[in-house]
Design a protein. Structure first.
Length: 171
């Protein structure tokens, strides 16, 4: 696959963060599955279990329950990233965010996290929290660069794997 030739400033200027329309939900689910199934950080049980949680039907249910729970990043009308979250006892749980490989390193992940921060403010949440695998350096760097703080390590946790928990206070 050819690498995207957008310069960071061009990509940043053309990134739109929205809720997917009906016709885009299947595309978001397929993008999620493609990314998760390719991740080397998760064992097979984790990858397939997580993919099953974000089918088009499930994404539609999430949007009906909370329109801000599924956000997509588009560049020139192409879906290039996603962010799934939910309100969790007055907090926002960031379940997943991801960007098409050819669009990474253009600020799209950071734009999704910035939109999530706005969602948290609208919801009256005081904190966003999430997890990631310790060897997922790209996520760790993006989270830290967006103001998230690593709060603890969970050893032998979900799917028998280690995870880091992160938080970001919402101003």
């Amino acid at each position: 696959m050819a690498r995207n030739t957008l310069h960071s400033t061009e990509a940043a200027a053309s990134i739109a963060i929205t809720c997917p329309r009906d016709e885009g939900i299947a595309e978001v689910s397929a993008l999620f599955a493609k990314i998760v199934l390719s991740l080397p950080y998760y064992n097979e049980a984790a990858r397939y279990s997580e993919v099953s949680k974000y089918s088009p039907c499930r994404l539609e249910q999430m949007i009906v329950a909370d329109v801000d729970s599924v956000q997509v990043a588009t560049v020139n009308a192409r879906i290039v990233g996603f962010c799934f979250s939910n309100i969790d006892d007055g907090l926002i749980w960031l379940s997943w965010f991801g960007v098409r490989p050819e669009y990474r390193r253009h600020g799209i992940g950071s734009a999704l996290l910035s939109a999530l921060d706005e969602r948290a403010k609208r919801a009256g949440a005081h904190k966003i929290w999430c997890d990631c695998r310790p060897n997922n350096v790209a996520s760790c760097v993006t989270l830290a660069g967006s103001g998230y703080r690593e709060i603890c390590a969970l050893v032998n946790h979900w799917y028998g794997q280690d995870f880091l928990l992160w938080e970001r206070s919402v101003a």
